[in-house]
Design a binder for this molecule. Sequence first.
Ligand SMILES: [Zn+2]
Length: 369
Amino acid sequence: MSAAKVAPEVGTRIEWLAPLHEWGLDPGAVLDRIPSCATDFRPELRASGTPDSVDTYDLITLPYPTRFGLWRASMAPAPFVSITNRMLVVRWTELDGRRRTLLFEPSDVELGTNTPYFAALTKRTPSRLADLLIQRHDDVLTHLRSAGIDPAEVDYLVFDHLHTQDVRRWLGTTTPQPDLGAPVPLEPIFPNARLLVQRSELIALDHLHPQQRPWYQPDTYRDLRTEAIVPIDGDILLGPGVAIVATPGHTTGNQTLVLNTSSGIWASSENAIAAECLVPRYSKLPGVRRWSEQWQQGVVVNANTVETIAAQYNSLILERSIVDVCERDSRFPQFFPSSELTRRWTNPGTAPTFTHQRITHRGGAKGSA
Ligand SMILES: [Zn+2]
């Protein structure tokens, strides 16, 4: 039996997107299949219902190279854009009445600074300049405390991919962690939480390609409590209106959180840093519209890793095909960048045309199926 046919340990498999993951397909052939797969998936997600709540919390606003975030499209004079990392808290009720809580992108910001790329950047940036460029918002635990959520209530931790993430404090370890001042194994801050991660992302951690090395902290995954990690293969429906969809490209094991809410369907990932990157014809960012027309590019990817950029392009097209358009401005899709381009006076030429900033939902309506 192939891995694709094994029932997932968590959630239920989404069959409507399976044609996109057939082995050996050319990127152009995947692109051709996206419209019909997305058309089949959307009503199924809607029919599954909506979660009880979705809330958004800002974690940190930090500089990021313009040539990564907007790839070759931007003509901005600023070498850096600012992006804001945000956490989504999604809660729902299972059919048996159990409450579930999922944290999407709950970055341990403090430990993320040890990522090779950011460590090198910090070393060569004077601290006064760093203070000017970096804006720390509340951290994950402070946000949860103010939301009245006990860490023991958290069931799932999900990241779109594991770049920059160090989850040792969240999940606990089986060995002492001297670099964190822990002479004994770390107790998990989220004792009941499991990390839902694509199996391919975990495999990649063992064999990092030079293109990926600056972005990961592979050593921090060696001694995690294994029972706290659930590898998944592809696309799963986790709860009413809550799905994880494989969106390879930025990394092999990249994934997207897809939500059905009172304001329609949303998708969140780091595949692009602004909603306008999915509809570059509406972008006022210098260069973006013209570049996309000149090169006939339907989207502008967040390209800090370029080894599988055609797949990432396809993933953005899939995200755009799944979501609804924004009620506030129907030119822009409800693609919610987990790191969203943010206007800062320090970065001329990088003010976004449109930002989402948050997803807020209250509901829990059951679907029709
Ligand atoms: Zn990344």
